[in-house]
Structure formats: C-alpha cells, structure tokens
Write a protein that binds this ligand. Structure first.
Ligand code: SF4
Ligand SMILES: [Zn+2]
Length: 386
C-alpha cells in the first residue's frame, strides 16, 4: 500500500520521514539482487601475488564469502559501504561450510598458496554474523596447512577473551581493521563508523598482547571533506598509527551503489580523490614509515604502506584528467610492492597544475565539500544514467 504523508489538521498521528525512507538494502531491486545469490558458493575466489609477514614474496588466495553481512550495517552502517549488495540474510553455517569446501576445491586444497585472506563483508570473529563453528574451522585449517591467514574485523570483537580463544586454535594470523580515520570527529560525522579511536587503540593493544599482526585500513577522502583536508588529515593519521600497525592500507574512496557517498556523487557534491593527491600523500608519508629513506624490506621499515586505487582512473574511483590515469595508477601499484619513491620519477601531466590550483583554492576558501569538479562521462552517457 502506498504511504502518504499526513497533513496538519487531518487529526491523524503524524508520520515521520524516518518511516517513509526505505533503507537501500530493502528496496525491491536490492531484495531481488540478494535473492539471486547462490548461498552455497562464495562471492569470489582468486589468487594474487603478495608478501608474507617476513617480506618473502608469495602467492595469496582471497576468498570472499557470501554472508549475512555486517551487524553494524543491520542497525546503521558506514557512509560509503556497499557490501550489503553482496549479502543474503539467510546464509547458514552449512552454506558457509559448503562455500569453504568449494573454495578449497577450486584452489587445489590451497596447495599452491602460502597466504589466505578470508573476507566476509563484515567481521569473521563476530558470532552474530559468522557461526563459531565456522570461525573455528577457518582458523584451524589455515594453522594446520601452514597458511598465513588474514581476516577483517571491527574493533568491538577483538576482546582479550575472544583473542585468547582464537589464538588457542591459530597462534599467528593478521587482523585487518577498517579504521578509516584516526579522528573521532571524522569517524562520527563523516564515516558513521560506530566505534571510536579509543576502541581502536584498545583492540590494537589486545592484538599485540595476543601476538597477532595488525593491518589498518584508512579511507582517503571520506564524504563531506575537501581534497586538501583529506590529504592533510591522512598524513597525520598515518603518523599516529604507524608504530603499532604492521601494515597500513589506504583505500582511496570509490563510489559503491546505494550508499550515502553515491547520493553525494550523483548530486555532484563529491569528487573521488585525484590520483595526484595519492602520489603527494605517499611522498609525504614515506618518511614516516621509512625514516632512513629505505624501501620495503629494509631495516628502517616501521610499517608497510599499501595503496590500491580501486576503480582507479574511472569516474567512480580516484582519477585525474583521463589521459595520464593509467600511468599514475600503475606507479602507485608499483610503489605498494616496492616501497620506492623512484616509481614516481618522470610522471607528469598538464592536469597536475589544475590539481595543485584546486588544492590552493580549497585551503584559501571555506569549502567543506571541496571545489574540484568530477571528470564526467560524455554527455550522452550521463543522460542515459539512472
Ligand atoms: S563496519 Fe565495515 S562492513 Fe560494516 S558497514 Fe562499516 S565498512 Fe561496512
Ligand atoms: Zn592528466
């Protein structure tokens, strides 16, 4: 039945806008999409070249499981997170076991990899999302096969008790935390993260005490922030966490469907980051992770800085003018492996001056949403877009 607003004077109880707005996860289109997933198959399984904790090059499997998603999303959710698009809310433990069997079979029983990343569109160690029996199986099988395991988690699951249980099964794995920003104001008003810097610090202390490795994700350019602010802030955040995080992975914002940032982007109130900003961030942050000017694997390494511009060069990902994008993305990807600033030598394009001028303007004017216009698709394609 269609819902209509009540009007003053009708004598009816007023309806709240809150009740009229459908969460993007509940639109008929989203429900259809979720129902189309096969719960007994993982979302994706693939292998990539990676690096073991001691710096040895290796082959890593990434297993993205089809799950019920993230409990924080069920009640609220981060402003940029589109993981709900990939979930089904009726996934059972038997489904997860079948997904794991399928992944192992596809990858020859994990015989050719040395590292496994198990991602769940949420937190693997959260009992409301992932049945404990399945958590245990992943931890145990990776330990028994000598595979270095990487899992993702929010902070509130990483209690001393939970980690004592996990390390009794697998004593050496890495926990990746989507910290996004080391700043309570940004966490609350820009990201809607639902945890604080203090909660992150506590989780990291517990992980260190349990002898586990920490990987932190930081978000480059959350919503409601100009490019210049994003650049200045993220360098401060890297400085704040470098000592305790074994790896810092920077996620430059990419626009995922049905999210708050998607709305802002469509309304032209948000431009995904310039690739030049990422290069500048790396130049500024490199001395923080390599104080002696070394490269990855050198003795001066405090933390490993990784940047992967998802959808780099596309309008919904980090982009420059369109003609230099592929070269700049390639240099950033090479830096993530080598940790060598020489990767950026010789890169240049006329759009760099435009980027620098935009940043100067943003620093001179109070422009919380930023001034840089997006590079847009051709007009005919824009008109066809939903
Ligand atoms: S905590 Fe992670 S999975 Fe959950 S809504 Fe935020 S970004 Fe998405
Ligand atoms: Zn360019």
């Amino acid at each position: 039945m269609a819902t209509r607003l009540t009007l003053v004077g009708q004598g009816e109880k007023a309806q709240r806008v809150h009740d009229l707005v459908k969460a993007p996860a509940n639109t008929p289109e989203s429900r259809r999409r979720q129902a189309s997933w096969d719960a007994s198959r993982p979302a994706t399984v693939y292998t990539t070249p990676e690096m073991l904790p001691d710096g040895t090059p290796c082959s890593a499997a990434t297993v993205i499981l089809r799950t019920k998603g993230c409990h924080w999303w069920w009640s609220s959710g981060c402003t940029f997170c589109g993981y709900f698009n990939d979930t089904r809310d009726d996934v059972t433990e038997a489904d997860l076991q079948a997904q794991w069997d399928w992944s192992a079979a596809k990858l020859n029983g994990f015989a050719d990899v040395q590292m496994v990343k198990v991602y769940t569109s949420g937190s693997l160690l959260e009992d409301r999302e992932i049945p404990v029996g399945f958590q245990e199986r992943v931890l145990r099988e990776c330990a028994e096969r000598g595979l270095h395991l990487i899992v993702e988690s929010r902070t509130e699951q990483l209690t001393q008790a939970k980690l004592a249980w996990a390390t009794s099964i697998n004593a050496d794995f890495t926990v990746a935390i989507g910290l996004e920003a080391y700043d309570d104001e940004v966490l609350r008003f820009h990201v809607n993260k639902g945890f604080s810097v203090r909660s992150y610090d506590r989780a990291v202390a517990n992980l260190k005490e349990a002898g586990l490795r920490v990987k932190a994700y930081l978000m480059f350019k959350p919503p409601f922030m100009s490019e210049a602010d994003a650049l200045d802030h993220i360098v401060d955040w890297i400085a704040a966490i470098a000592e305790d995080a074994d790896e810092i992975s920077i996620n430059p914002m990419n626009i995922q469907g049905g999210t708050v940032i998607d709305r802002l982007h469509r309304a032209r109130q948000y431009r995904p980051p310039w690739l030049w900003s990422l290069v500048e961030m790396i130049r500024r942050a490199h001395p923080l992770v390599h104080p002696e000017g070394g490269v990855n694997g050198d003795a001066d390494q405090i933390s490993r800085l990784i940047v992967h511009p998802t959808a780099g060069g596309r309008v919904r990902g980090s982009h420059n003018c369109g003609s230099c994008d592929a070269d700049v993305v390639a240099a950033i990807e090479r830096y993530a492996v080598s940790g060598d600033l020489l990767e950026f030598d010789g890169l240049s394009c006329a759009c760099e001056a435009r980027w620098a001028a935009d940043l100067d303007l943003e620093r001179a004017l109070p422009a919380p949403l930023g001034l840089s216009p997006s590079r847009r698709a051709p007009a005919a394609e824009r008109l066809r877009a939903p």
